[in-house]
Design a protein around this ligand. Structure first.
Ligand SMILES: Nc1ncnc2c1ncn2[C@@H]1O[C@H](COP(=O)(O)OP(=O)(O)OP(=O)(O)O)[C@@H](O)[C@H]1O
Ligand SMILES: [Mg+2]
Length: 261
């Protein structure tokens, strides 16, 4: 059967905080099985956009759809079955320091047990997910004992540790703060998730290189709108001034430059 609706769709979504309009009439159709990358400089609303997809924020105007169902007006209770199909890799990883690595990975499955799998199966699945991200042997460690890159990988393992696997994974800055080799490793994992689970990815980053490596489509958020939308190559060659400055790593006119000693 052909499914013709996008997995996730935002229709004319606007969101303000006080007088600050962060999203201004945004339309986005996220294509199934592809990685859609949202780039943009700090504070342009990339995390805010992701949070609308899982109902952590609600739009002031406009609609959010998941699998053809309008979700922005659902009650918290009605969100539960929708959220079971979506994983969110948070910008700050959101690991629990009081739990071991294995417990962290198993946590969402333990919390949302649907009765399909028992505790032993949950632990086994969590261990297999850690193996996928190259962290076998780290099960008993605690997040505080890990490097930044290892913590990112734990967060990725947790994102796929769902039964059934998630339909959509939202990655908020998965490579921020990592060296180029580690970033590359994470980018490969993101591609692996896509390939092995046919998962749809929405990846937020301000790293253009990462965008090019994981993205099938790249959009750039600026001033509440998308100012670029195309393949990584097309975006890198864009003539749009904000996009060009972003890609080349040049500041915007009027940027305040501060020096610290
Ligand atoms: N819950 C909130 N209440 C008030 N303002 C908010 C809230 N969430 C975000 N904002 C504001 O909205 C703007 C966009 O925030 P957002 O976190 O989406 O930025 P971002 O693009 O993800 O930036 P970064 O790359 O630094 O993570 C910021 O100016 C932020 O201060
Ligand atoms: Mg952010």
């Amino acid at each position: 059967m052909e499914i013709d609706h996008p997995v996730v769709e935002l229709r004319r979504v606007s969101k303000s905080f006080g007088r600050q309009r962060v999203l201004d009439d945004i339309d986005l159709r996220v294509e199934r099985g592809k990685n859609t990358v949202i780039i943009g400089r700090s504070g342009t609303g990339k995390s805010v956009l992701l949070k609308h997809i899982v109902g952590l924020l609600r739009p002031d105007r406009g609609e959010v759809h998941f699998e053809g169902q309008r979700v922005d007006r659902l009650t918290e209770r009605a969100w539960v079955p929708v959220r079971r199909q979506i994983s969110f890799v948070f910008q700050l990883n959101a690991l629990f320091d009081s739990m071991t690595v294995l417990e962290n990975v198993a946590f969402p499955m333990t919390e949302n047990r649907t009765g399909r799998i028992d505790h032993k199966q949950i632990r086994d699945l969590a261990a297999r997910c850690l193996e996928r991200v190259g962290l076998t042997g780290f099960e008993k460690k605690r997040p505080a004992e890990l490097s930044g890159g290892e913590r990112k990988r734990v967060a990725l393992a947790r994102a796929i540790a769902m039964d059934p696997p998630p339909k959509v994974i939202l990655y908020d800055e998965p490579t921020a703060g990592l060296d180029p080799q580690r970033s590359n490793g994470i980018n490969k994992l993101i591609r692996q998730m896509q390939r092995d689970f046919q998962v749809t990815g929405v990846v937020v980053t301000h790293d253009m290189r990462s965008a090019a490596e994981v993205g099938d489509r790249v959009l750039m958020l600026w001033g509440g709108h998308f100012v670029a939308d195309g393949t990584p190559q097309e975006v890198m060659e864009s003539e749009e001034p904000h996009v060009r400055r972003f890609v080349q790593g040049i500041g915007e006119p009027g940027d305040v430059v501060t020096f610290t000693r």
